[in-house]
Ligand binder design. Sequence first.
Ligand code: PGA
Length: 241
Amino acid sequence: MNVLVYDNDEQIGIAAGNYMCGQILAKPNSVLGLATGSTPLKPYGHMIKLFKAGAVDFSKVTTFNLDEYCNLDVNDKNSYHTFMYENLFNSINIPRENIHFLDGNSDDLERECREYEKRIKEAGGIDIQLLGIGSNGHIAFNEPSDSFQRWSHVVELKESTIKDNSRFFNSIEEVPTRAVTMGIGSIMQAKRILIIATGENKADAIKQLIDGNVTPKCPASVLQFHTDVTLMLDTGAASKI
Ligand code: PGA
């Protein structure tokens, strides 16, 4: 793994934004796997800046988001759909039809998950997957469990994730308890993976990811088996390695 440590999240934003855009410059019709959460905000901000400066063109890019809540309107301020439009898509020239999300409101979630995998395959697979990591070691909404879930699936969120995400909602009761997420296999099939993490609350998960046992109890640890992983960490997230 390529582990890079930065002084702060500003620097990670620039480095990660450059890394993602570098992929697009090398292959204009790249397929990007994208993440939500606080950590990608600065990288997305830098990607927008590069687009506005004329340095990168998203017109041939395709995206697949990692996950989405169930039973939350896509236009809700807390949906990942809204997050992505507000923090990236509305500010770049990606065609709307090239943007893909799992539909957490589908009346057949199993079929929705199967079709999402099919759409990724038909797009040629993910060239680069951007990932955050949960304080409990989750990637996307693949929560700690007794086995790795391979493909996109429905998940019951862990208490720790609901608590972490409640900061965006009016109360913890409003946080959806189910979500749809790409699986570990979907993520591992990406050609390249970029993980970003900031803050000391991620330090244990990062340590486990890098040199812990590979176990579904820390889903991110499976990335030890991927051949092209770059980690961008601030000093807090890197404090235990
Ligand atoms: P965060 O979430 O960027 O908001 O910390 C990361 C994650 O849970 O994957």
